[in-house]
Design a protein around this ligand. Sequence first.
Ligand code: SAM
Length: 288
Amino acid sequence: MLFGRLLGPAEIEVDDAAVDLGGAKMGERNYILTETAADAESARLTLLERLFDPATVRRLERLDVAAGARCLEVGAGRGSIARWLVGRVFPGGRVVAADIDCRHLGGLPQDIEVRTLDIRTDTPEPDAFDLVHCRALLMHLPDPLDALRRMTAVLRPGGVLLAEEGDHGLHVYSGHPDAPWLTELTHRVFAGLASAKIMNAYLGRSLPGMLTAAGLELAGGEIDSGVARSGEPAFEFERRTAEAAAPALIAAGLMTEAEDRRARAVRSAPATVMNTWSLVAAWGRRPN
Ligand SMILES: C[S@@+](CC[C@H](N)C(=O)[O-])C[C@H]1O[C@@H](n2cnc3c(N)ncnc32)[C@H](O)[C@@H]1O
């Protein structure tokens, strides 16, 4: 299936057998950036927090997360939202920060329970939380609806799930002679990642429907997007993500070394401009 219909890239069939790393199909592997050096991944996650925390916090404030609430953050990354939740729900509340890779969750306040969890297979305790939050997580999972169902099951009746996921449908480069080429390459790689079930770069648009399919009553939604020049935080986040993923993409046959070099040159040119990914937020309540 091709997800990039909004942009309309050419249909690209990717042979699953070509997307093979060290004997394991990439779709069976962990999160694609688990192998990234800890400091580089930490810097990338810091940028992500800087870009999206203000909107996430605004939404959580609107959802009226109050003292005493029990909260679960899945795919917690560096834990900035778990940290914010502690300030909000203590005393009397509970905050669990869960991730398949807890390398970046050291140094959080002791009040936060840090837990290693693979949401593809693990279900935390049922009916135990008033709020579940995830951001930029479901798009990395082979079966996001199954993960959403697991997260719904841990909510108490009446509890709220807030999910925020990327959609690269508007991700387009301009301002450089090679910008159309880089746009085409980017979406060709996304199509390959989708075929291999490693990442659905266009998942955001499906989020409201998926919440309903997971058994939640949809309560609201929003989309944030932007335009950024080379060097600006939103552009820098995409650049770091693309460059961190490049070795795995080359090894998997989704991109060549020459294409990677040409793409890096376009991204580093000061005149290059990018329509960033969109962050689609949707929230819903578990029926009583
Ligand atoms: C793009 S990062 C987003 C981090 C954080 N949610 C944020 O927005 O700042 C994706 C996170 O999901 C985690 N992750 C990926 N696959 C996972 C899985 N199967 N179960 C739990 N966490 C997972 C990664 O380790 C990473 O921390």
